[in-house]
Design a protein around this ligand. Structure first.
Ligand SMILES: Cc1cc2nc3c(=O)[nH]c(=O)nc-3n(C[C@H](O)[C@H](O)[C@H](O)COP(=O)(O)OP(=O)(O)OC[C@H]3O[C@@H](n4cnc5c(N)ncnc54)[C@H](O)[C@@H]3O)c2cc1C
Ligand SMILES: NC(=O)c1ccc[n+]([C@@H]2O[C@H](COP(=O)([O-])OP(=O)(O)OC[C@H]3O[C@@H](n4cnc5c(N)ncnc54)[C@H](OP(=O)(O)O)[C@@H]3O)[C@@H](O)[C@H]2O)c1
Length: 500
């Protein structure tokens, strides 16, 4: 990298796990003159910040996508400016519920250079405290700009002897004066670490829109779920069968009217051939009738349901991406993927833009490999150059075709097939060799202890009496605060980390 092209300033959007490790990796290079982490919430921690009383007014519009649900704010003219506080819903609250514990063993979930306080599966305040400490541990806490939302990211194209740069429009909520302070700033590079579990997804179902209108408050999303106490003696239908659907259904057994109904599109890793006591399984919903009746795919129906809890996940949202200025969208909602990306991290057409944290894979630990590869590459250290754009395009195209053929999601990375290790290895190689003088971080090895924990420690008990369908299961010890954990032999058909 010539001195002219040198990246001196870096903006990181988000102070969750991805932002925490990205800030640490960039700071460790001791190369960049300015690193700033913009976080819209009042502290670091991202997903792991527990918001005890979430807004009950989250819009539920079946089939609606983030560009409509979470549109950009109108930016005032002539910045800097002070305005009255924006009231627009930004989905900044997190979905953490009171009893939530982690579902990945601590030794594999934590970053390699700082252990969790304890493990293997910990209550949600542990990762939250951990992430705040991680900033101070690396003295990157001073890089944080809190209560500051990035509202616009616009490229300043290279030309006239100038390199590619980025203009950010920022909005800080001044909590003392109760105003929004707006300004602009420029950076040589931008890393998106903004997460993708903020904007809830509710599928389009016949009659659901009318049902929501006719029965206000009856349909909610798991994002606002905190405790089963709200549904004491109620007749509840839960939609979805991944981590949220599983946990919410299981918790409701203690308070709601039994059985708690759970609508499943597909079986999860934890399901046996029969539902656990207190739960009745239903297929997907076919139609909602104005009488309140809910009809399922097998033509069975339920009447008198008090609440429907959609545990149907989230969609990535980038309201700050100025597609008009930047010449293209950043996310393709029809394919549910980043546009023009390479290795879920880099962009083919913007060499100074990157994203950490998108794939569904090991979380914190994978972000570490992404962050280190990026820091080494952007610092122009011993990193290995990315392949030519044509090769990156080929990678994207081939992945899209293959995943479609396999009926799998583009950004899901599997453990069982060895794909996770291959992906981490790609990032590991891009990061290159350490410097003899020691600047910067090198990616950690993914050692036997970590791999063993991933493959053998599970939070969720396997179904039935101990047989997981193929491998054996034995109750080993009960020590996590949210319940027991189990040690199992491998051998399940669904990917081991499909629930992450
Ligand atoms: C309910 C739930 C439970 C989970 N449990 C586990 C688990 O047990 N184990 C596990 O490994 N993973 C779990 N995950 C996945 C979890 O999301 C990851 O562990 C990890 O926390 C993601 O980190 P992130 O930094 O990518 O995103 P986030 O944690 O979402 O952080 C993104 C940050 O960016 C900020 N931000 C967004 N937009 C802007 C903007 N425009 N300007 C400024 N700031 C912005 C957000 O406020 C947020 O703080 C869970 C997720 C959910 C939703
Ligand atoms: N630590 C914990 O214990 C914990 C607890 C809760 C959540 N989480 C995390 O939170 C994140 C989000 O999990 P999540 O469970 O909320 O979402 P999710 O994993 O995305 O699961 C969405 C669920 O909705 C179903 N679904 C999606 N579209 C549907 C449709 N059109 N019709 C019917 N069903 C549909 C899916 O079915 P299919 O399976 O058939 O696709 C799936 O069961 C994950 O990272 C997860 O690990 C962790």
């Amino acid at each position: 990298m010539t001195n002219h092209n040198r990246i001196k300033s870096v903006a990181i959007i988000g102070a969750g796990a991805a932002g925490a490790v990205t800030a640490a990796a960039f700071a460790a290079e001791n190369f960049f003159e300015r690193i700033q982490v913009f976080e819209r919430k009042g502290s670091a921690g991202g997903t792991w910040i527990y918001d005890p009383s979430p807004s009950s007014g989250l819009p539920i519009i079946p089939g609606s996508l983030p560009p409509d649900l979470d549109p950009p704010l109108r930016i005032p003219n002539d910045l800097p400016k002070v305005t009255s506080p924006s009231e627009q819903e930004r989905f900044a609250e997190t979905p953490i519920y009171s009893s939530l514990t982690t579902n990945v063993p601590a030794v594999a979930m934590s970053f390699s250079d700082l252990p969790f306080a304890y493990g293997p599966f910990v209550p949600h305040h542990i990762p939250r405290q951990y992430l705040e400490s991680y900033f101070s541990h690396h003295k990157t806490d001073s890089l944080l700009s809190l209560n500051t939302t990035v509202e616009d990211v616009s490229v300043i194209k290279a030309g006239n002897g100038q390199k590619e740069r980025w203009k950010l429009t920022l909005r800080k909520r001044d909590l003392v004066r109760q105003v929004d302070v707006w300004w602009e700033d420029e950076f040589d590079a931008v890393i998106f670490a903004n997460g993708h579990y903020s904007v809830p997804f509710v599928p389009r179902v016949k009659g659901l829109g009318e049902y929501i209108e006719k029965y206000p408050g009856r349909v909610v999303h798991s994002k606002i779920y905190r405790t089963p106490l709200l549904w004491k003696d109620k007749r509840v239908l839960v939609i979805g069968n991944s981590a949220s659907g599983h946990d919410v259904t299981a918790e409701l057994i203690s308070t709601a009217q039994l059985p708690v109904y759970q609508s499943r599109r597909s079986a999860s890793r934890w399901d046996g051939s029969e539902p656990p006591p207190g739960i009745a399984w239903k297929p997907i919903v076919k139609e909602y009738l104005s009488s309140g009746r809910i009809i399922f795919d097998d033509d069975t129906y339920l009447d008198g349901i008090d609440t429907v809890i959609y545990c149907t996940g989230y969609l990535a949202s980038f309201p700050f991406w100025n597609a008009k200025n930047n010449g293209r969208e950043i996310w393709d909602y029809s394919r549910n993927k980043l546009v023009k990306n390479y290795l879920h991290t880099f962009f083919q057409d913007f060499s100074t833009l990157a994203v950490v944290g998108i794939p569904r894979v090991l979380t914190f630990r994978s972000f570490e490999y992404q962050a280190i590869a990026l820091a080494r590459l952007f610092a122009g250290r011993e990193s290995v150059k990315l392949p030519p754009v044509e090769e990156q395009e080929k990678w994207e195209k081939e992945r899209e075709v293959q995943r479609k053929k396999d009926g799998k999601k583009y950004h899901d990375i599997e453990w069982d097939t060895g794909e996770t290790l291959r992906w981490l290895d790609d990032l590991y190689r891009i990061a290159g060799l350490p410097l003899l003088t020691g600047e910067g971080r090198v990616p950690p090895v993914l050692g036997e202890e970590v791999r063993w924990a991933i493959e053998h420690l599970r939070k969720y008990p396997e179904p039935g009496t101990g047989d997981d369908g193929n491998g054996k299961e034995k109750e080993e010890e009960s020590l996590s605060s949210g319940g027991g954990w189990v040690l199992v032999d491998r051998g399940l058909q669904k990917d081991l980390l499909s629930f992450i």
